[in-house]
Design a protein around this ligand. Sequence first.
Ligand code: MRU
Length: 351
Amino acid sequence: MQPSDTPLRPVIFYPDIPAIKFIAQTRLPEEYHEETAHDIKRLAEAIRCLDIRGAPALGVAGAYGIALAALTATASEPEKFREEVSNAADLLRSTRPTAVNLFYGIDRVLTAVLAEQTVSSARERAVSEAEEVADDDSRTCHAIGEHGRNILPPSCRILTHCNAGALACREWGTALGVIRSGVQAGVKVQVYACETRPLLQGARLTSWELAQDGIDVTVITDSMAASLMRKGMIDVVIVGADRITKDAVFNKIGTYMHAVCADAHHIPFYVAAPFSTFDEESAEADIIVEERSRDEIACFGGRKTIPDGVKVYNPAFDATPVSLVTGIITEHGIFRLPEDLSDIRAIRQRS
Ligand code: MRU
């Protein structure tokens, strides 16, 4: 079990070992199990298999990963050392293409490392910059919660998709951060968590972490969402994001379907995400959507569900046009696209 007096943190860095400890999320909810990565290869594996997942948590893992690479690099000559750390960055970048936060975390620490003249100063800088990335994410999620709680009516039934909670960030969460901050402020909340086929992040993870906090949560299958909306059982939809371009929000496959249904039923559809998820100079068409393996769909509960030889299409994310998004809840307030694009650009340039 996760100890109840500490914040739920999916990824923790121990520079003195050096190592990165992470919750093996694929094992939840049957088992709360922590594993340790002592090198970048193990960290990359954990990201690929989704033991570490969720855009902001990927950003933190990427940042910690570069710091780990700096601490474990064998080269003592600065040029060779930089090459080793840059190769580690390439390996981490190759794990998952869609969540932009991964690249943000990697690049922030790598830039800091490459600016240093000596190996020892680069190591020191890598550790402090990685901790800064993680601390920024904690602060950001709490700020998202504070801004987002204002959109919740005093009693509120919320639909969410996938897991945009503490498990997907450094702590607290984005979409679930809004819910947690709402509950703290006295909002009476009822959450409907879509199970999120095929890997069930909603059923396995969102329900697990909300239940741990004593927040009322009910799991539904993804295909039930429209019916609940039609029956008047949903007041607001709040989801996270993996990347926000100038024209679309990329998030877990199925999100677009909820946005279309929310629009049809006049239900507000909010995205909660940090500024590090914006990729506002890109457009939907520029983005690579990760395609995952056949097995994730062709087997269920240990049984084969699709005959051999039958094709499977398994994109991990979809794009929701910004016209369907009521607002994007960030650490700097709530924005709309395309109206607020220049404000978003200005804030991103300042930070
Ligand atoms: O494939 P995953 O589990 O990494 O997908 C995660 C999501 O789609 C989340 O909704 C998104 O990363 C936002 S997390 C705050």
